[in-house]
Design a protein around this ligand. Structure first.
Ligand code: SAH
Ligand code: SF4
Ligand code: F3S
Length: 432
């Protein structure tokens, strides 16, 4: 039997797909490079906004009914058996806390089960380290350290797709990082919906303590983590990062809005000034520290004044990059009951204005790098330009240059040209 996995959504879904692949390969199934010929199609789904969720059903719609279709992940978790009532044919639904049972589910399907759903939440951390062959990258290794969310931001479906927070023990995190270091991974990314709320499940160690242990014990040049929730910020993290150079100087710190009034309606637990304070503290302690963020425009009640506050926050923060979205009402969330007050056309206008401003900020900051030599990690070869590689800087900027240096190697590059979203350079030297 062959299978194909299509992954939507965030890095945690990418990591879950790696685990699913590991489990299926350990059962003797074979990954197919081609969805058209695979016997089983697994869709690891994302429910965070309506549009991406709809894409999942049109994706499933293209397949013949002879294939076995398994919907896993966040849409599976919230929709459960309702998926069987959609127009497309689905054979099995596997929630976010049940995918580790995928082997048993395949057995049931082999024995002739027609439909089934496994969507119970579990309080237990499921320990599972994927084989290198099941990982999506040979350079960047994902390590899930916590799952779930206790925050219930008023717009967000994630607490309903991932359940309440649960944390992975430090020893297990260190073990997986050690394995990745031995396999020569150059970068690890610690994953969780609120990574900075991690604590030892049966102890008092905090996220900062965990990061300190990891940075000291693991020989991997770049340690990263996503996503940090501003409301859980702990000053201890500044000290740990300042003292450990192998923690990358870049934090994804989603603000969502620049207006304290809207933040309150979003049930975010920090104000604009608290947020600004956190970032300024970081920049004082570690001047080279860089940030990125997420923003939602068109949240119910967002006035043009509120939106201007978001724009001024962007100018003040000078982010490396920003993900921005039009507010999408989601089932189960408290904001879904609020009247949508920002017409779609205005929300779209705000999104474009925000993206334009951020592109200008990035272009301006990227241009200042021209003539400088920076250290980058080569993550892949350019698909369209033979001879070119794609690399990333410590702050996650994309750098393209011509090189024969193997993927997974650090290189020094002199920047020669800058766009909003990428830089171009010439390789000048190599560091090991
Ligand atoms: N745990 C992360 C967010 C995960 S969801 C955090 O707290 O920051 C990723 C991003 O999707 C969010 O940061 C938010 O900007 C966006 N998002 C979530 N729900 C949304 C909704 N209903 N409409 C539009 N964007 C949304
Ligand atoms: Fe969603 Fe808020 Fe939890 Fe992030 S912190 S996952 S935005 S509810
Ligand atoms: Fe999407 Fe689930 Fe991640 S809803 S963003 S795949 S946690």
């Amino acid at each position: 039997m062959t299978f194909f996995i299509k992954t939507f959504g965030c890095q945690m879904n990418v990591n879950d797909s790696e685990k699913i692949r590991h489990l299926l390969e350990s059962k003797g199934l074979e990954l197919s490079g081609n969805e058209a010929t695979a016997d089983i199609i697994i869709i690891n789904s994302c429910a965070v906004r309506e549009k991406p969720q709809e894409k999942i059903f049109s994706y499933i719609g293209q397949f013949s009914t002879a294939k076995k279709i398994i919907v896993a992940g966040c849409v599976a978790q919230v929709e459960k058996g309702n998926i069987f009532r959609k127009k497309v044919k689905v054979d099995y639904v596997v929630g976010t806390h049940q995918f580790y049972r995928i082997g048993e589910i395949i057995d049931e399907i082999r024995r002739g089960a027609t439909t089934g759903a496994a969507t119970a939440f579990s309080r237990q951390w499921q320990e599972l380290v994927p084989n290198p062959s099941a990982r999506s990258s040979r350079v960047t290794g994902y390590i899930s350290i916590m799952e779930g969310c206790n925050n219930f931001c008023s717009y967000c479906i994630v607490p309903f797709t991932r359940g309440r927070e649960k944390y992975r023990p430090l020893a297990a995190i260190l073990r997986e990082a050690e394995i990745l270091a031995k396999q020569n991974y150059q970068e690890i990314v610690l994953l969780g919906q609120n990574v900075n709320h991690w604590h030892e499940p049966s102890g008092s160690l905090t996220f900062a303590d965990m990061l300190r242990s990891l940075a000291r014990q693991i020989q991997i040049p770049w340690i990263r983590f996503i996503t940090s929730y501003p409301g859980y910020h702990d000053r201890e993290l500044l000290d740990v990062m300042a003292k450990n150079r192998n923690i990358a100087r870049h934090i994804h710190f989603p603000a969502q809005s620049g207006s304290s009034r809207i933040l309150k309606k979003m049930q975010r637990t920090y104000s604009r000034s608290h947020y600004v304070q956190i970032i300024e503290d970081f920049r004082r302690a570690i001047p080279e520290m860089k940030f990125s963020s997420d923003f939602i425009v068109g949240f119910p009640g967002e006035s043009s004044h509120d939106f201007n506050l978001t724009m001024s926050l962007l100018e003040r923060m000078q982010y490396e990059s920003v993900f921005s979205f039009i507010y999408s009402p989601r089932p189960h969330t408290s904001a879904a009951a609020m009247a949508v007050t920002v017409p779609a056309a205005i929300a779209k206008e705000r999104l474009l204005a925000l993206q334009k401003l951020q592109a200008d900020i990035q272009l301006q900051n990227n241009r200042q790098l021209i003539g400088q030599t920076i250290r980058v990690l080569i993550v892949g070869r350019h698909g369209k330009k033979p001879g070119d590689v794609i690399a990333r800087s410590e702050s996650y900027r994309v750098v393209n240059f011509s090189s024969q240096t193997p993927v997974g190697t650090f290189a020094m590059v002199k920047i020669t040209a800058a766009g909003s979203h990428s830089l171009r350079g010439e390789q000048v030297d190599m560091v090991v």
